[in-house]
Design a protein around this ligand. Structure first.
Ligand code: FAD
Ligand code: NDP
Length: 655
């Protein structure tokens, strides 16, 4: 009720009434989109039953001739560190291992990636208009160490990819990567005290792929969070007669142009459809709009789009203000995080000063150091969620008002308004997307939450109407990072087996997330991973990856200092249970997600259903993060480092 909405039982104010209206609208919109099939409504491109769709997952970018000419990685060799994933996460692991001296040189490290080069996300994604959404000064890793000044506030995909190559070159890792290599399984060998990773190395269309085994003293997983493209199982999708591709593998043979070109000449005179309206589409639409004869944007749920304010870097500002002192980049990342976690004090300097810093209610999914633990009682949770809605009100209203003020056709504007709290989907920022709907060749096809119902040879079908298309762009996102209840093995898409053949996925299924600090699990010695749960996730993924890689390298360094090179380090069952219980106490903070429209953040609604069974409830709660956000995670880790004894870890010398 309106009385409840204000949380104090007094007479409702206009704001209380608006909040009530909004929460009712949000609930209606979420209900409209809930589906029985949840995650099963999608299929991983790579595993599609259709050969045509499966082929869309292939790597369009690899330079096979150059890669085939590289010295082959020998089958059966032992490496001190194998890192799965050569994106920014894998590179950060490698750089920290080198900096700490636990890797004596690049030869101690082998990075393995299905891609044909470094960069991960920024290798695969090359769609026109791609840029990072967190400002590059905070997002691009190791700017201080590489001395690199980003060209602009939000770097292009090409610049982000080049930066991955720059990092690899600076730390002499170029030859320490096995590319086009799909890891298919990993198994701990207790007798040999090492990991064996099965890998299939592709050699290009003309080459014969090669199966090899890599052995590793330590296995580090950096497989990313949104890496594996998926598509909805829309009947008839593969029968579409025209060219069709996923944004994660843009087909420039069809569109012409380039990542940075304003116009894609191959689309001239064409009717182009783009399916999906997430963060990718927001960046792609302006480029398609200026190139296609007609552009149809198929929408199930609109994104909330705030202002961007993109600009070139001013070298003077860079030198004197942004990069003016050692440690500036971490300070800037944490400053951004303060605003996002609703922890900025009155008068706090706002270094980044962009749209991200105007949404303190984003703290609903990343936590906040300004609040204590939320007790998991229905009234405490309701009051907490009501506070979050209130905190979010000004921002969501401003985003809807912005939509109305930009989009000239009132009907289109109404359909482009987002009716869910800020934290339910990745917030978007653009000074071009909404404006594109004022162009005569751009058409919004809103499906009122139902999604596209079918595809034919000619186009897509919505509400019984067929929209004829020449080209179809699938901007339908990725397998959720919460796949397999957030198991690190599920994110790699491979089986990982520890002591006594225990499967990591099975462990997660059985007991839920089980780690110390989100980075290692009992029964899986010398295995470390980039965290998803039981840690903290910043909006800036690089902050999470930096902090986690520092922690992992600390653990290995201390273990080796105590027990020698190749020491076996394993979290105890007692320590991980204690950490899981601590995490479960924080779970109620994240209850605001229960009211979200389905999407990848909520595993299409599956991840946030309220289990009735006590055991399932506990399993879900253990998968949460620290409600105090990144600041509290860093504090926990710093105390752990200062204590110095690797508490909760068993360390034994290598035999
Ligand atoms: P990734 O970059 O995803 O790299 C993981 C690598 O692991 C991949 O190359 C993959 O091929 C490899 N891999 C995984 N499993 C296997 C296997 N079994 N065998 C072999 N190789 C494997 N985050 C932000 O904070 N800000 C942004 O602006 C931002 N923009 C994004 C834009 C797009 C289009 C996407 C998709 C994501 C974006 N993200 C953003 C999230 C982004 O993924 C992270 O910021 C970051 O790049 C993750 O780095 P990573 O190295 O952990 O993972
Ligand atoms: P998303 O998962 O965000 O978007 C997929 C889109 O496909 C959604 O709009 C979804 O609708 C829609 N969809 C799915 N099934 C159907 C259907 N049957 N009919 C119609 N529409 C359908 O993927 P993105 O690639 O856009 O983004 C993934 C993440 O990657 C982002 O959240 C962000 O974290 C990151 N990213 C960041 C960028 C940046 O700015 N740097 C750019 C791109 C991505 P619905 O919304 O209803 O689920």
């Amino acid at each position: 009720s309106a009385e409840e909405a204000n949380g104090n039982g007094s007479a409702p104010t206009p704001e209380d009434r608006r909040l009530l209206e909004l929460s009712q609208r949000y609930a209606e919109e979420a209900d409209k989109r809930r589906r029985e099939d949840g995650l099963a409504q999608f299929e991983r491109l790579q595993e599609s039953g259709s050969a045509r769709l499966r082929a869309l997952a292939q790597d369009p970018w690899a330079d096979h001739a150059a890669l085939n000419a590289r010295r082959a990685v020998p089958d059966g060799a032992t490496h001190k560190f194998v890192i799965l994933g050569a994106g920014y996460g894998g590179l950060l692991f490698a750089v920290r291992l080198l900096a700490a001296g636990v890797a004596r040189g690049p030869d101690d490290i082998l990075l393995v990636d299905a891609a044909g080069g470094f960069g991960g996300t920024w290798y695969w994604n090359r769609y026109p208009g791609l840029r990072c959404d967190i400002e590059s000064y905070s997002y691009m890793p190791l700017l201080e160490e590489t001395g690199y000044m980003p060209a602009s506030k939000y770097a292009t995909g090409a610049e982000l990819r080049a930066h991955a190559d720059r990092i690899a070159a600076r730390w002499r890792l170029q030859d320490r990567a096995l590319f086009r290599a799909n890891a298919t399984a990993a198994r701990w060998d207790d007798a040999a005290q090492r990991w064996t990773v099965d890998v299939t190395e592709g050699r290009g269309p003309e080459g014969q792929s090669r199966a090899l085994k890599l052995h590793a003293r330590y296995l580090l997983l950096a497989p990313g969070i949104i890496t594996s493209p998926h598509v909805p199982r829309i009947p008839g999708l593969a029968s579409f007669a025209g060219p069709l591709f996923h944004t994660a593998r843009w087909d420039y043979a069809v569109t012409g142009g380039s990542e940075t070109a304003a116009v894609l000449p191959g689309l001239e005179g064409k009717r182009v459809g783009v399916l999906g309206t997430g963060a990718t589409t927001i960046q792609v639409v302006p480029r398609l709009a200026s190139s296609a004869k007609e552009l149809y944007v198929f929408q199930r749920t609109p994104s909330a789009v705030s202002w961007r304010g993109h600009r070139a870097t001013d070298p003077e500002e860079w030198r004197t203000k942004i990069a003016s002192k050692p440690g500036w980049q971490r300070e800037r990342m944490l400053n951004l995080d303060l605003f996002l976690t609703n922890a900025a004090k009155e008068g706090q300097e706002n270094m980044v000063a962009d749209g991200w810093t105007e949404m303190p209610a984003y703290s609903a999914i990343i936590g906040s150091p300004s609040h204590g633990i939320i007790e998991p009682t229905p009234d405490k949770i309701a009051a907490h969620v009501a506070r979050l809605y209130k905190l979010d009100l000004a921002h969501t209203e401003a985003v809807r008002a912005r939509t109305e003020s930009i989009v000239q056709n009132p009907e289109t504007a109404a359909k482009l308004k987002a009716w869910y709290p800020t934290w339910c989907k990745r917030p978007c920022f653009s000074d071009e997307y909404l404006q594109a709907f004022n162009l005569p060749n751009v058409h919004l096809v809103d499906t009122d939450g139902r999604g596209v119902e079918a595809a034919t040879e000619r186009g897509l079908v919505v509400a019984g109407q067929e929209y004829p298309l020449d080209v179809l762009v699938l901007s339908t996102g990725y397998v959720t990072p919460r796949i397999g209840d957030g198991s690190p093995a599920a994110r790699t898409g491979i089986g990982i087996h520890g002591r006594h053949g225990t499967s990591l996925d099975d462990k997660w299924q059985r007991q839920g997330a089980s780690t110390l600090h989100g980075v290692c699990s009992h029964g899986f010695p010398n295995l470390f991973f980039a965290p998803m749960g039981q840690s903290s996730q910043a909006a800036n993924n690089i902050l999470t990856l930096e902090v986690a890689s520092e922690h992992v390298v600390h653990c290995i360094r201390v273990a080796e200092a105590r027990a020698g090179a190749g020491a076996v380090v394993e979290v105890t069952s007692a320590a991980e249970e204690a950490w899981a219980l601590e995490i479960a106490k924080h779970a109620a903070w994240f209850a605001g997600v229960a009211g979200c429209t389905p999407g990848y953040i909520t595993s299409e609604g599956e991840g946030w259903t309220q289990p009735t069974d006590q055991r399932e409830m506990m399993k879900q709660a253990r998968g949460a993060n620290l409600s105090g956000g990144m600041e509290s995670y860093i504090k926990v880790l710093q105390e752990y480092w200062a204590e110095g004894s690797l508490k909760g870890m068993d360390v034994t010398p290598a035999t």
